[in-house]
Design a protein around this ligand. Structure first.
Ligand SMILES: [Zn+2]
Length: 505
């Protein structure tokens, strides 16, 4: 199915026309606003505003035929327009810029599988090739298919059934293709939904689909018992270059040499409207940006709503790439918010001092972690460390040597018993059971998490908007790697093709 590109083009043209009228920056040395106050700003963050914004984003997604907000689609362009208009309604408090960015995205996809006429739940892989077949036998590959000898000659003209694990998807399906298989089905190596991930880039491999571990093991058992399983598959994706925008809003007040920078991604995956991931973070920042406009700050505050995070942190990376080091040097701290209302939540604080996960950030990353810890403690709220792995939009900032921090409430990690004791919820399942699915909508947001996180961000904005006292001075921007904590571990840079839930093996 082809995308109706005319709708997208018209919307993009409308956006450009709207930004053409942007007024030049006016520097006001004195303004009549009072200096920001911590309690007042925190109290101004209302759950109804957070949820109202999330509902607006869901409505924007559901008004489109795709029902999502993927970079460059109508749902995303209208999200960008929404942030732009909401900020414009604040008068001239912020200078709002739209930064254009074009990249290749999957716009539509299909993953259908039947075995002996029975429909089996299946999913596609990023960069998987198109393929349609019927009445083709399923042939299991030995072990986990990482070696040529695991792939039998009987794969010729058949569909290979392969277990996930140990080596890349590419390696497994390359070997199956070399034996003449016309397609591959990979089953998961854990009871965690369908096998899914990315092949890392455009390729000429056989088509591939993913199924659950239970289905995979059941089929292997049936075939080994002598039953012939015939498959029919229909896997395709429509990938195209699309253009969308980072929205960057910088307050006109405050010291431009000592900037506090906050970011959240505004795009979703294809599967759904992306309301926890990351309507929640986007709305947290919008609500705070609106509340802040009633106050003056001593330090300049910048907000960004990044595009194409789900394609591999591309919007934030683009910003860092095209921004002069002299400008990045003026960023004292970058704070990131990605998923802050997870249904089965924890209150996570980026582990900037490396105390929990042994990966720390540039000087300042530990201090902001402490600020959030003390805030949650003062509110009698429990908190946990979140791995500081760069797998969201702060990755490119860390790589440029900018101190970073942030909050999240969990994605596709498994909640522990200890976390249930502290936060409630359900052990043994994901923090967000709707992660990257159609059910990631307003109904499933956890409002306690949303409220607590929104207020914590406001506290950070009030604190650093007023003063950097006690915060380390900034080292010059450079492509230096992060230094691990007390017992150094090898640093693993963030990978474009290996996002949460998009693993390459
Ligand atoms: Zn996200």
């Amino acid at each position: 199915m082809k995308v109706s590109s005319s709708t997208v083009a018209l919307t993009a043209a409308g956006l450009l026309a709207a930004t053409g009228n942007a007024e030049p920056i006016k520097r006001t040395s004195k303004c009549g606003l009072p200096l920001v106050q911590d309690k007042a700003l925190v109290d101004a963050i209302l759950l109804e505003d957070l949820v109202g914004c999330a509902q607006d984003l869901e409505d924007i997604a559901y008004a489109t035929s795709r029902r999502n907000r993927v970079h460059g689609t109508e749902g995303h362009l209208n999200s960008v327009k929404y942030f732009q208009e909401q900020l414009a309604s604040l008068g001239d408090y912020y200078n709002v810029e739209l930064q254009e960015f074009t990249t290749e995205v999957t716009l539509q996809s299909q993953a259908a599988l039947t075995i002996n006429g029975e429909t089996v739940e299946a999913g596609g892989f990023s960069f998987g090739n198109n393929g349609t077949w019927a009445n083709v036998p399923l042939v299991p590959v030995a072990n986990i298919g990482c070696n040529a000898e695991d792939h039998p000659d009987t794969l010729s003209g058949a569909v290979a059934l392969i277990a996930r694990g140990d080596c890349t998807f590419v390696q497994k399906i390359t070997l199956a293709g070399e034996k003449g298989a016309i397609g591959a089905i990979i089953y998961n190596n854990a009871e965690a939904g369908l096998a899914a991930g990315t092949l890392g880039g455009v390729n000429d491999l056989i088509p591939v689909g993913g199924i659950s571990r239970a289905d995979g093991l059941r089929f292997v058992e049936q075939i080994e018992a002598g039953t012939t399983l015939n498959s029919a598959g229909d896997f395709w994706q429509y990938i195209d270059n699309t253009t969308s925008y980072n929205v960057v809003a910088t307050s006109k007040y405050g010291d431009a040499n000592n900037v506090l920078f906050l970011g959240a991604h505004s795009d979703s995956v294809e599967a759904g409207p992306g309301i926890n991931d990351n309507g929640s973070g986007s709305c947290g920042l919008l609500t705070i940006a609106k509340a802040l406009a009633n106050w003056r700050t001593n330090n300049q505050v910048r907000f960004a709503w990044w595009t194409a995070e789900e394609e591999g942190l591309l919007g934030a990376e683009h910003y860092v790439n095209i921004t002069a080091a002299s400008v990045l040097d003026k960023v004292r701290l970058y704070l990131n918010f990605d998923m802050i209302a997870s249904p089965n939540y924890v209150l996570g604080i980026y582990d900037g001092d490396g105390s929990t996960f042994n990966l720390s950030g540039p000087a300042g990353s530990a201090e902001v972690e402490k600020l959030f810890e003390e805030w949650y403690a003062s509110q009698d709220l429990p908190f946990v460390g979140s791995e500081f792995n760069g797998r969201s939009d702060y990755g490119p900032f860390l790589d440029a040597g900018v101190p970073c921090g942030g909050l999240d409430t969990g994605a596709d990690g498994i909640k522990t018993d200890a976390e249930v004791s502290a936060f409630g919820g359900t052990a043994g399942i994901w923090y967000d059971p709707n992660y990257h699915s159609a059910a990631d909508n307003v109904t499933n947001l956890n409002l306690d998490a949303f409220n607590a996180t929104g207020k914590a961000i406001a506290h950070a904005v009030a604190t650093y908007g007023k003063s950097w006292e006690g915060f380390p001075t900034r080292n010059a921007t450079a492509l230096t790697r992060r230094i691990a904590g007390a017992a150094p571990k090898k640093y693993t840079p963030y990978m474009k093709t290996s996002r949460r839930g998009k693993k390459t093996y």
